[in-house]
Design a protein around this ligand. Structure first.
Ligand SMILES: C[S@@+](CC[C@H](N)C(=O)[O-])C[C@H]1O[C@@H](n2cnc3c(N)ncnc32)[C@H](O)[C@@H]1O
Length: 238
């Protein structure tokens, strides 16, 4: 039997209007939808976003991924979830793995794709790009991400303030995702660099509780929600 195709589908960063026509078309064609979910509560915002676009009766299966940096636990979860996805594809059914924003930027889909490609190189995989969080946040804040000869980097906040200082040394504009964990350290680094007042923190863009904070201050110690990022521009330096 011919293997089904796995589609990695980006569903946009939250606003239900920011899902592409192509994504909605694929979601109506596939037999099963897989969504990464926290092992704590099985919740998936991506599943909520796609719900109006599904054929009746199409199952949405949450795949549990532990919120950990423990490489062994993560590898075990990717392999287990990869096998679950492959079971469907081996039956000749097409499936979609939905992901918040774009599937190729800080997404669990990348790990699943690599795990499946390694073990089952004959399974076709196609990717449907999505609008990223930083594009939507820049639009919401009216902030130009890069222009003219400026360089632009997308980085993770998981490595904190030191990483930011290294990157800012070489880049004109930065979008820093995953800032919730080390936000105090990141704020301190922005202040030290003289970039805080020109930076913008955007939380829950396009969702209930959206916050756009222009100009960040030292001592702003309330942890932002998980869905938060910072847009930084060197031209904002005082
Ligand atoms: C695992 S990454 C997912 C990135 C996603 N694949 C993309 O294309 O933007 C999660 C991070 O994306 C950012 N993010 C995603 N959705 C967001 C939203 N609606 N508002 C603000 N930040 C968001 C936050 O920095 C969050 O910690």
């Amino acid at each position: 039997m011919k293997n089904g195709t796995l589609y990695g589908v980006g569903v946009g960063p939250g606003d239900p209007g920011l899902i592409t026509l192509k994504a909605t078309k694929i979601l109506k064609q596939v037999a099963v939808i897989f969504a990464a979910a926290s092992t704590k509560n099985n919740y998936s915002l991506a599943a909520e976003i796609v719900s109006p676009h599904l054929k009746e009766g199409v199952p949405v299966e949450p795949l549990g991924f532990p919120m950990t940096r423990d490489k062994k636990r993560l590898a075990t979860a990717w392999e287990k979830n990869g096998r679950i996805v492959v079971e469907t594809l081996k039956k000749g059914k097409d499936a979609a793995f939905i992901t918040l924003g774009d599937p190729l930027i800080y997404s669990t889909f990348g790990y699943i794709m690599r795990t499946i490609q390694k073990t089952y190189p004959d399974i076709p995989i196609k990717i449907i790009p999505g609008i990223t969080s930083y594009q939507a946040c820049a639009a919401a804040a009216g902030q130009i991400l890069a222009e003219a000869e400026e360089s632009f980097a997308v980085i993770s906040g998981a490595l904190g303030g030191e990483r930011l200082k290294q990157v800012v040394d070489h880049m004109d504009c930065v979008a820093m995702l995953k800032v919730y964990h080390k936000h105090t350290e990141i704020m301190d680094a922005l202040n030290e660099l003289g970039l805080a007042s020109g930076s913008i923190l955007i939380s829950r863009c396009g969702l209930d509780g959206e916050v756009i904070l222009q100009g960040l201050k030292r001592g702003c110690n309330t942890p932002p929600p998980y869905l938060s990022l910072v847009l930084i521009k060197k031209t904002g330096r005082l």
